[in-house]
Design a protein around this ligand. Sequence first.
Ligand SMILES: [Zn+2]
Length: 383
Amino acid sequence: MTMLKNARLVCPDKGVFSGFVEWDKGKIIHVGEGEPEAVQGEVIDAGGLFVSAGFLDMHMHGGFGFDFGSCKDADELREALWLNALDGVTGVMPTHSGVERLTDEVAEKYAFYNEVMKDETGPELLGVHLEGPFFPAELAPGGIEKIPDPTAVKELVEAVPCIKRMTIAPEIPNGLETISVLEDHGVTASLGHGAPDSRTVREAIARGSRQVTHLYSGMKGVYRDAESVRHPGLIELAYLYDELAVELIANGKHLDSDLIRLVFRIKGPDGIFVVTDSHARDISLRGDKTQYVLKKWSEADGKYHFNPAMPIPEMLRVMVKEAQIPLADAVKTVTATPARLLHMENRKGKLAPGYDADIAAWDEDFQVKLSVARGKEIVNQLK
Ligand SMILES: [Zn+2]
């Protein structure tokens, strides 16, 4: 049994209050206000640090010198998850591009992902997110249009249970049928890298879509038809439909702080999940600890260009200090809201008895000092 006391607990629906949290065998058993009355087992003094549920990142390609796409076995995958957990990110959805049908290679690649998903302790593999490849050419990274074969997609998701999310442009031929296949198999169809009209988005929602991938990136806003009438693009439709939660790269670089505020004003913290979308710049640079985020594809030199990415705690700093979002609301977008969208709201994303002991403690500068993932201590600078 372990207790973290003298903490400023950040609980999205209750606000920020001083208290303690106690866990045992990977589960939280007690959360209380003020000082604990009786203490058993190990006690850690948080010294007034902020303490919340561990962070969840639903869109991450790589970083810290690894690329999820090139993990060769279960141990490498666990190491990649562990590196994320150093930042308090206790659950990750690795993101891959380019998988469109079941092949022997795909089955082999995902066999160890399926295995790691069964782990019961430590950082959690939340499933795999396939970012595409079913996008129109003008909004596809790399500029190649791919049209889905719904039967092949069905075969893929039936054979590979770790696939839990796919970003898809709903307006692509067979797009809506593919969304039905995904949602019927428990795979979230997230709308993105597309330019659908209102009718198509309404139909996607009717077929079960509930998410939009990196709002503002890889999509268009208001457009004019042949008669010069303006219509909402995917950006405005994401605002309009309460059913859709939006993914936000809240790093102050993709969107400035006023735009972040606008998204919070319209969607609220229940409708936003913040992600890094971080990449390893060059997988040969193993050991390069920096995370990168895609900036743009350059026709001129035929290469992707990258900005340094921000880990989740840094984005919390941007949301709170630059965009003036209340701390508990910002924390919700990296804990309770993604947990709900992952259908894990009964065990993740909250400090509450019976929930996974996923705990992050950080200081005023959002530097993580303690990280615990399903009861396993990843980093502890409080000893
Ligand atoms: Zn991405």
